[in-house]
Design a protein around this ligand. Structure first.
Ligand SMILES: [Zn+2]
Ligand SMILES: [Zn+2]
Ligand SMILES: [Zn+2]
Ligand SMILES: [Zn+2]
Length: 510
């Protein structure tokens, strides 16, 4: 569950999922969105879409929304747990003594969650110990969806134009497109929810349909460094469609979702975010969108599929490189299918030759994965990944995703071991990749500059640190705003690095 599908209908689904435009909930939403200078329109083939009715500029918050329901991704095994209210993690969280599923950082969060948790606590605490273990975050999210609806039905909590169950009802479920396997899974999960709630008035089929809605509409809530911390349902944010060339970005502050413009969005333009990792070939992106969100992307990047520059971009990201080191061309399968030919110098590489290297990489990856489960063996893991890196440089382009992912793993392990000098070297190796595959304002690029800057500063390379941290700030102030503690820390680090740099400079020249 990542970013959402809009509350709309897709091709082949027009009849079942269409929500009439005269639906009072939709009219209320439309007028509430006016205050944000936004409007919802139905676009052929895309369904409901969100449009800007004024110009937005990089860094502008287009819309923010609190979750209809959300849950931190605490599992029975995960430690430390996260607070239900603010999602922070800490070793001193207090667990609800009655149900044992809710955790709080303090009384403020416990109080803010109480209305909903009171009902949740009641149904969960009557389960026996074994059954309580089956209350995973996804099950909790569904139980909470029904409890939240009940709170609004009973007028315990208010309903507003942007916060009501009708908006959840309007989300697409894609029931006709999901596999038999998924249907069975959703039915089992629905049964479990039904047996927890024990409400005669809800039916299992509706719960199963809501699980399908969650699959393509719920969002993974991430922290400022884009690490997943929970899952939430934001029915208005879900109206925003996907593009592989997005003009906006979705970030979270705690559990509030915020959509910020990363480009100038002229009035009348559709607001689009990306639901998936955009650094991938067109085939990979299309596959991810089809599998998880059940639609075919027709964005400007995807409509170039098969054209010369799309082939080149995709091959560099995921294809093989010419084995002549001086060439740098990319390979395409020969017409007889027996090998791959360089599109630069025409040199042919046999299928077997490639397969041999790939098999070797796969064996090493398995070894690394089995060692990674023991945190004591970072050093061993690093040496295996370095072998993989060496093989991958033979096979893939310098801007290959596979190679970058290996370097990311090495970087992470080096950071764990606090081998800062080498970590910095690896961080610097990944930056050209980030600069090439992401647009100039992308949170991942900003975060990578941030890591680089922190390492440089720590290692006393103050002037370099100022440069990297400045680049990080230039991007992250647009994608993340400047209000969070995370950004205040970054801005303070930059100030300190600047002061230190000018101090060093003056001491040299005195
Ligand atoms: Zn909290
Ligand atoms: Zn409880
Ligand atoms: Zn696309
Ligand atoms: Zn070549």
């Amino acid at each position: 569950m990542n970013n959402p599908n809009p509350l709309n209908q897709r091709e082949g689904e027009k009849k079942s999922a269409e929500v009439p435009s005269f639906h009072p909930a939709m009219e209320n939403l439309q007028s509430a969105l006016k205050d944000y200078s936004l409007s919802v329109s139905t676009v052929p083939e895309k369904g409901r879409s969100l449009f800007a009715s004024r110009d937005f500029y990089p860094g502008d918050v287009i819309i923010g929304q609190e979750p209809y329901v959300c849950v931190p991704n605490n599992s029975s095994l995960s430690t430390p747990k996260r607070c239900d209210g603010c999602f922070i993690t800490s070793d001193v969280l207090r667990r609800c003594s009655r149900c044992h599923v809710a955790y709080y950082c303090g009384t403020a969060c416990q109080r803010s969650e109480w209305k909903l948790h009171r009902l949740e606590c009641e149904v969960v605490s009557r389960l026996d110990k074994d059954k309580r273990k089956s209350v995973t975050p996804s099950i909790r999210l569904m139980v909470r969806l029904y409890l939240r609806r009940k709170l609004q039905d009973d007028k315990v909590t208010p309903s507003t134009a942007m916060d009501n169950y009708n908006l959840v009802e309007a989300l697409v479920a894609h029931m006709s497109d999901i596999t038999e396997e998924q249907l069975v899974l959703y039915a089992q999960m629905a049964n479990l929810v039904y047996s927890i709630l024990k409400w005669p008035e809800i039916n299992i089929k509706e719960i199963a349909e809501n699980f399908s809605k969650f699959a393509c509409n719920a969002h993974t809530i991430c922290d400022n460094e884009l690490r997943p911390v929970g899952t939430g349902l934001y029915p208005v944010i879900s109206i925003i469609n996907h593009s592989c060339l997005p003009n906006s970005v979705l970030v979270f502050e705690g559990r509030s979702a915020l959509v910020r413009a990363v480009q100038h969005i002229p009035a009348g333009t559709e607001v689009v975010i990306s639901y998936i990792e955009t650094a991938g070939s067109t085939i990979t992106r299309q596959k991810a969108l089809k599998e998880q969100y059940l639609f075919t992307c027709t964005c400007p990047r995807c409509s170039k599929m098969g054209q010369k520059d799309d082939i080149q971009e995709s091959e560099i990201l995921e294809g093989y490189r010419c084995k002549n080191e001086k060439c740098g061309g990319f390979l395409l399968r020969t017409t007889d299918g027996k090998g791959f030919q360089c599109q630069g110098c025409q040199l042919v590489m046999g299928k077997e030759e490639i397969k041999e290297i790939i098999t070797e990489i796969e064996l090493l990856s398995e070894e690394a994965a089995s060692k990674s489960s023991f945190s004591c063996s970072y050093q061993e893991v690093i040496s295996i990944y370095k072998k993989i890196e060496k093989l991958q440089t033979k096979l893939y382009h310098p801007f290959s995703i596979n190679l970058m992912q290996t370097r990311e793993k090495i970087l992470k392990s080096l950071m764990e071991l606090e081998h800062w000098t080498e970590a910095l070297a690896y961080c610097k190796l990944t930056i050209p990749f980030y600069e090439k595959v992401y647009p100039s304002v992308h949170p991942l690029l900003g975060l990578q500059y941030y890591t680089c800057g922190k390492l440089e500063w720590y290692l006393g390379e103050t002037e370099e640190a100022v440069k990297s941290l400045t680049k990080a700030v230039d991007i992250l102030r647009i994608t993340h705003g400047t209000n969070t503690r995370f950004m205040k820390d970054l801005l303070m680090k930059l100030e300190e690095a600047r002061a230190e740099a000018s101090c060093k400079w003056s001491s040299i020249h005195c």
